[in-house]
Ligand binder design. Structure first.
Ligand code: AMP
Length: 308
């Protein structure tokens, strides 16, 4: 079984969408990535930090999904990272209302010994120096290193972010962030510029408009499944990343052809995440549901055409 190490936030989120709002609920990039990747046959571990206010029941929920939580540090007298966001009516754009780093501000990640030989490394959205610190703790370079980030770190730690981007294989970011990072409006040109910064593969997530995979002059597109109900897009990007790397880890194949399939698996997982608030849908998701929806994906994208 392939090993996958995930670093990222384990958090409290407060979310407002046109359909309602939540109190503080479980969130965080590593939480969504872990829940998504745990649907594949992989040995998954999370490196993160939470405060003494974080419920033990949520740690146990992750463990029950087969996720190794020994890398989640608990700072008893600290508070868990908190993020509050509000979606506009189109659900494609959101405003961050609060980002309280709390225990994340002084976080020194520690990769558990039994994960220092990980095959795959997922650097979830987090301070780029923490992402770099984790890379340095792994003596033999993993087969594939995937990084996810967001505009917050481009605004607050751009130089550190560029340093870590130079060391990774795949970057997953959304369209606005790709434009911000590259300074280019065209996503094709943006992907070219970002590839020159380090990663040979660039995945640009476009929310309900799917995802693009760029590599060496080639491009592949996976649509998002048109859903009847989109309730809360929070975590969709992370869930996509978890499906993407979970599939690659379980197949142990990092060819471009397999990465195309991984993008489909990622989109498939993300389509569930948005159906309920926070992690609710991902917690109850079954493998049968995943298989069934993959069929829908196939039907959505397959067509016969005679070419001259
Ligand atoms: P996504 O919707 O995929 O972009 O991810 C949403 C998750 O990212 C939420 O559960 C938040 O807890 C987490 N998050 C929000 N802002 C940050 C940040 N600056 N750094 C790390 N994680 C964040």
């Amino acid at each position: 079984m392939g090993k996958l190490l995930i670093v990222g936030t384990v958090a409290f989120d407060e979310i407002e969408t046109p359909f309602g709002k939540t109190d503080k609920i479980l969130g965080g990039a590593a939480t969504f990535i872990g829940l998504s990747a745990s649907q594949f046959n992989v040995e998954t571990g999370i490196v993160s930090v939470v405060g003494g206010d974080f419920p033990q029941s949520d740690i146990e929920m992750l463990q029950n999904k087969g996720i190794d939580t020994t890398g989640i540090e608990i700072v008893e007298d600290g508070k868990t990272f908190f993020w509050k966001g509000k979606y506009r009516n189109d659900l494609n754009s959101r405003d961050t209302l609060v980002t309280d780093l709390n225990v994340l501000a002084d976080f020194k990640p520690l990769v558990p010994k039994h994960f220092t030989d990980t095959d795959f490394l997922m650097l979830g959205n987090l301070h780029p120096t923490v992402q770099m610190d984790v890379i340095k703790q792994i003596p033999v370079r993993p087969k594939l290193v995937v990084l996810d980030t967001m505009n917050f770190w481009m605004d607050h730690a751009l130089n550190e972010l560029k340093e870590v981007i130079a060391k990774i294989d795949v970057i997953t970011i959304n369209d606005e962030e790709a434009r911000q990072l590259s300074g280019e409006y065209s996503l094709v040109k943006a992907a070219e510029i970002i590839q020159k910064m380090g990663p040979k593969y660039v995945v640009i997530k476009k929310g309900e408009h799917g995802a693009l995979l760029f590599h060496d002059g080639k491009v592949f597109f996976a649509p998002a499944l048109p859903l009847e109900e989109v309730f809360d897009p929070t975590g969709a990007g992370d869930t996509f990343a978890g499906g993407f790397i979970g599939y690659l880890t379980s197949t142990n194949d990092i060819s471009f052809e397999n990465m195309k399939r991984a993008v489909i698996f990622g989109s498939n997982m993300a389509s569930f995440c948005v159906e309920k608030f926070g992690t609710e849908r991902m917690k109850e998701l079954t493998r049968q549901e995943i298989q069934l929806r993959l069929r829908q994906f196939k039907e959505l994208t397959q067509f016969e055409i005679e070419l001259a």
